[in-house]
Design a protein around this ligand. Sequence first.
Ligand code: FAD
Ligand code: SF4
Length: 328
Amino acid sequence: MLPNFSYIRPASLSEAVEQLSALGARAHAGGTDLVGCLRDRVFDAPLVVSLTRVADLRGISTTSDRSLRIGALTTIAEVATHPLVRQAHVALADAAASVATPQIRNQGTIGGNLCQRPRCWYFRGDFHCLRKGGDTCYAMGGENQQHAIFGASACLAVHPSDTATALVALGARVTIAGRRGARSVPVESFFLLPEEDMTKENVLQPGEILTEIVVPPPPSGFVSIYRKVRTRGAFDFALASLAVGLSFRQGRVEAPRVVLGAAALKPWRAAAAETVLAGARLDAKTIAAASNAAVKGATALEENAYKIPMFRGLIQETLEHLRPTPPQ
Ligand SMILES: Cc1cc2nc3c(=O)[nH]c(=O)nc-3n(C[C@H](O)[C@H](O)[C@H](O)COP(=O)(O)OP(=O)(O)OC[C@H]3O[C@@H](n4cnc5c(N)ncnc54)[C@H](O)[C@@H]3O)c2cc1C
Ligand code: SF4
């Protein structure tokens, strides 16, 4: 049963910011994650501030510098199908299309997708673990099949968002509004590792709202792709996912971004793989070297060693797919 809380629907961003500055207040967008967390007592909220009346937070448009602007309250379904996203940023459209079920994509928002809490079953269950302010990580030595292989310290959870992984590969930024005005942060720096803060997953401060996502225009010859491995094809969170964004110039790879999802508590840049790819021809040797480099330094837990060959294979297959066809 849902606990009691106060609920308000301000009509302006400034009023929403003001209300969200109250101790323990939580933003409500589509509610597909928030309501479950409140019902299951993952966290409490004396006050829930709905963003659904703030019209400025919706919609997809192009800015004067040809960037794509996506309001935080835009539904995941709209991101998955909008022609501006589909044409220029395939990785984002495909990542959004791979989220959950049609019902959740129609109700859930892109802002909520980035701000959703981890899916670690102990965190979602009746366990007062480190992330809830307790003193134990139950996944350490417990059921950790779906947990992190990179960047884990005391907490081993992974970030569940598909769209976050794609947005990092596209070099996107988020705009955050707060009492002191707005600030712009690369999506890559929006998320926090456990060593940076054990109790939250992003840089939002009390009272701050994620208002929009800005994706820069793709350079010439740019391609992007998103791939996801999950237990059930119908709908499921990623066991391993991958977003790649790169350009080809005179047959060579330029400015590659290789980002692993469900590998860490933030979308994980495979920097060593990017170094292998930069300036190289995408041939079999480069692809093998990049996929090996991407998983170098990964640390397996008792139950999740399968993720390392899974990522290696996913990267190899995806880069093969991107390989330019030789002239006949
Ligand atoms: C059965 C199921 C399967 C799922 N499968 C997947 C999947 O495969 N891949 C995937 O990526 N996700 C998956 N999800 C998660 C789903 O995508 C999220 O629940 C959804 O995106 C959250 O969006 P929302 O608008 O409903 O957010 P809400 O539930 O309203 O909010 C989620 C959190 O974000 C905060 N928040 C929301 N908007 C803002 C904002 N603009 N500024 C600041 N804080 C904000 C809220 O306070 C809350 O803590 C699944 C969920 C379910 C229930
Ligand atoms: S992995 Fe993180 S969220 Fe899960 S039990 Fe450990 S501390 Fe809690």
